[in-house]
Design a protein around this ligand. Structure first.
Ligand SMILES: NC(=O)c1ccc[n+]([C@@H]2O[C@H](COP(=O)([O-])OP(=O)(O)OC[C@H]3O[C@@H](n4cnc5c(N)ncnc54)[C@H](O)[C@@H]3O)[C@@H](O)[C@H]2O)c1
Length: 352
């Protein structure tokens, strides 16, 4: 039976690495949630997470190194998969077998065929499965969506979403240096989801990638053009090699032109809306959780919002906004972008 609002959810995490700390703190601070277990192949990492929760005054979660064993022992209501993509198919498969609601980090899987297999597995047993796609849950991005929904700039015609910075991602995530499909699959995937969130599904895409940094296996820059089904044209730019002063990390800079005016999100979350009625300036800075780190405030707020959304979806029995079925469409854009880059031609999403 679906959990109801107010029912407490017993949550277990698998993967206690670099990014999972944000998930851990968010689960600890969410109401209606008891974090009952943490699991990692490396027992020291899982132990460290359990220690941190105990230090923060929470009940110490059980420590495991094997997901199936953890599920058999703890029988949680919800599992959070925070490992890298190669392990997602096997781990979500274990969760499906146990019939437990699951949220899984992006990228969903290494390729679209694997994504489709996982969706089929989850749907066959009917578990709620959400992909932790957090950009659309960033406070500033939700504010932009509200602005569009209120019709303040009319119908969007053309847009640019840009996440270009010089932040050293390889420091916290050294494994990324060996990934052959890098910036489109790791970063631009977030912007594709954001484009779908703001302007709807995409009809076709043109993409070009660049390799600038030495000593890494994948592409580290990309420029893409998305033609949405509603006619909006959206330029999506992502890079890990751009020098901008001040560095906008971790912000997405935005410009949207509509039939009645345009809006811009600039540095420091400054929103400008310009129409015939004049210019309105406001701050759409995120509200950092009180446990947040100032540099990571927006990221941590979005993780909290993403996990809160899944809790609400599980409690209400409604499909999550970034359900597995929905995220398959975002992933298809990545696949189409690589095909477009290889062929230097537009790729129709209907063919992917
Ligand atoms: N949404 C975002 O903004 C964002 C930011 C950074 C990373 N991520 C994503 O988060 C995911 C995790 O990234 P990370 O940098 O934390 O990786 P990481 O390598 O630091 O951590 C992964 C952990 O999972 C553990 N693990 C792997 N397979 C396991 C298994 N079968 N059972 C138990 N534990 C297992 C590893 O031992 C490791 O501790 C990636 O998919 C990454 O793309 C998302």
């Amino acid at each position: 039976m679906a959990k109801q609002t107010g029912d407490r959810l017993r949550v277990a995490m698998v993967g206690c690495g670099f990014f999972a700390r944000n998930h851990l703190l968010a689960w600890h601070h969410l109401p209606d949630v008891d974090l009952v277990g943490v699991c990692d192949l490396d027992p020291g990492r899982a132990q460290g997470f359990a220690d941190l929760i105990a230090e923060l005054g929470g009940s110490r979660p059980a420590v495991h190194t094997d997901l199936a064993a953890m599920l058999a022992e703890l029988r949680p209501d919800l599992v959070d998969v925070v490992t890298t993509m190669e392990s997602h198919e096997a781990l979500v498969g274990i969760c499906a077998e146990a019939g437990v609601a699951t949220i899984c980090q992006k990228p969903f899987a290494p390729d679209l065929a694997a994504v489709r297999r996982i969706v089929t597995t989850a749907e066959a047993v009917g578990i709620p499965l959400m992909i932790h796609e957090n950009f659309r849950f960033q406070g500033p991005m939700m504010a932009v969506r509200r602005c569009l929904d209120e019709g303040r700039i009319g119908t969007p015609l053309a847009a640019r979403l840009s996440w270009r910075c010089g932040f050293d991602v390889f420091k916290g995530q050294p494994y990324l240096a060996k990934v052959e499909r890098l910036v489109l699959l790791d970063l631009v995937i977030h912007l594709f989801d954001l484009a779908r969130f703001l302007f709807g599904d995409v009809a076709r895409i043109l993409a070009r990638t660049q390799r600038v940094r030495q000593g890494i296996a994948g592409e580290d820059g990309a420029v893409c053009l998305l033609e949405h089904e509603n006619g909006t044209i959206c330029e999506v730019l992502g890079s890990y090699h751009t020098r901008i002063d001040p560095d906008p990390f971790p912000q997405t800079l935005i410009r949207i032109d509509g039939t009645l005016g345009h809006l811009e999100v600039g540095h420091d979350y400054a929103l400008q809306v310009r129409t015939a009625a004049g210019t309105e300036c406001s701050s759409i800075a995120p509200v950092p959780p009180d446990w947040g780190d100032p540099v990571w405030a927006m990221v941590q707020e979005s993780v909290l919002n993403t996990q809160a959304h899944f809790v609400q979806a599980v409690q209400s029995g409604q499909e999550a906004a970034t359900s597995a079925r929905d995220n398959e469409k975002t992933f298809a854009l990545v696949e189409a972008a690589y095909r477009s880059d290889a062929s230097a031609a537009w790729v129709d999403l209907a063919t992917v």
